[in-house]
Design a protein around this ligand. Structure first.
Ligand code: NAD
Ligand code: UFG
Length: 346
């Protein structure tokens, strides 16, 4: 019998790519999603691409009884927890909504897992837990000093996970600190489907390329970086998805007989930073489109540069990112061109 995994937020951007890889690797998958930031069509396309079916449960992760029910009917042995709100600026304006969704949602999930004796969890954290870099690349032992309610919600859940593992030697938890996920599946059938005006660089660039937006605003060209624009560690979403499968493998290995549970906190990035101008040049090349841009003032709250030290993920998961910036741009463009309105059919 194949292993069954419960995936919260599985219809979202990163969740959908991970569910596809899970199904392709032979796992049984149950998705719990309330579709507050996604479309069920993503799940139809995953089934089409994998040639397999998944179980879908429309529910909120803050609903403990719905989660208990989902864990029971799926007979899941592990959970991957993507469900959450993710807009940094919005979290500053609506902090309670973010803590409720991200922190309370995670607590309810842990409660349901405890009731059902499910002890394995992979959690979506973020590089934003580090705050302003004291040293680069960020290593996992860099102090955690988030600067937004969103970032705090992630580090709070990490703390709850650490304390839970310390209290229960059977727990095997991994927290994956994602850097900047971009790109789409190479089929062009699933990808990122932002609602409204995109905040993030790649979706915005793609919408300029397709003609939905006039020009890209480059938020600052006076940073202390090689070309003055912000530098980030962009990671292809399929590489990121595969890190979750490697994390499940690593957590399935029985821990040494220390009597302690297992807790892994890992950076998931490439280790290489690219500037806004480098990304723009790569996207122009991949799309053949001119993509007009204008240099503007810095965006409040932005950091000049950050990137991961991904060595720990290599050691513990045997995982490294393999997809290049060119592939990230080409795959984003294929998705954007084929789905100008995302999953919302015209
Ligand atoms: P997304 O918004 O595309 O996906 C999140 C999914 O969770 C959506 O399908 C949404 O409908 C669902 N959801 C949200 N709240 C829910 C709730 N209370 N109950 C049930 N379902 C709920 O986001 P994503 O980019 O795929 O991000 C997935 C996870 O990774 C999030 O936890 C996010 O904070 C984290 N993360 C994302 C990034 C990024 O840049 N995309 C970076 C670091 C970390
Ligand atoms: N940028 C522009 N113009 C835009 C959008 C972005 O110049 O229209 C620049 C930014 O100033 C920054 C870089 O492109 O230098 C990347 O910006 P993003 O908004 O794409 O990503 P961030 O690094 O700011 O934030 C992302 C996620 C957060 C997460 C953070 C750390 O959006 O959720 O990474 O993981 F918290």
């Amino acid at each position: 019998m194949s292993t069954s995994i419960l995936v919260t937020g599985g219809a979202g951007y990163i969740g959908s790519h991970t569910v596809l890889e899970l199904l392709s690797a032979g796992y049984e998958v149950t998705v719990v999603d309330n579709f507050c930031n996604s479309h069920p069509e993503a799940l139809n396309r995953i089934e089409h691409l994998s040639g397999r079916s998944l179980r879908r449960i429309e529910a909120d992760v803050r609903d403990t009884s719905a989660l208990v029910n989902a864990l029971r009917i799926s007979n899941a042995s592990a959970v991957i927890h993507f469900a959450g709100l993710k807009a940094v600026g919005e979290s500053v304006l609506q902090p309670q909504r973010y803590y409720d969704n991200n922190v309370v949602g995670s607590l309810r999930l842990l409660e349901a897992m405890a009731q059902c004796e499910v002890k394995t969890l992979v959690f979506s954290s973020s590089a934003t837990v580090y705050g302003s870099p004291l040293s680069l690349p960020y290593r996992e032992d860099h102090p955690l000093a988030p600067t937004s309610p969103y970032g705090h919600s992630k580090s709070m859940v990490e703390q709850v996970m650490r304390d839970t593992v310390a209290s229960d030697a059977a727990c095997r938890f991994a927290t994956l600190r994602y850097f900047n996920p971009v790109g789409a599946h190479s089929s062009g059938l699933i990808g990122e489907d932002p609602q409204g005006v995109p905040n993030n660089l790649l979706p915005f660039v793609a919408q300029v390329a397709i003609g939905k937006r006039e020009h890209l605003n480059i938020w600052g060209a006076d940073y202390d970086t090689p070309d003055g624009t912000g530098v980030r560690d962009y990671i292809h979403v399929v590489d990121l998805a595969l890190a979750h499968l490697r994390a499940l493998d690593a957590l399935a290995i029985p821990p040494s007989k220390t009597g302690k549970g297992q807790y892994l906190a890992l950076n998931i990035g490439t280790g290489k930073g690219y500037s806004v101008l480098e990304v723009l040049a790569a996207f122009r090349e991949a799309s053949g489109m001119p993509i007009p841009s204008r240099i503007q003032a810095r965006r409040p709250g932005d950091i000049a540069s950050y990137y991961a030290d991904p060595a720990k993920a290599k050691t513990h998961l045997g995982w490294v990112a393999t997809r290049s910036l060119v592939e990230m741009c080409a795959d984003t463009w294929r998705w954007q061109k084929g789905n100008p309105d995302g999953y919302q059919q015209r």
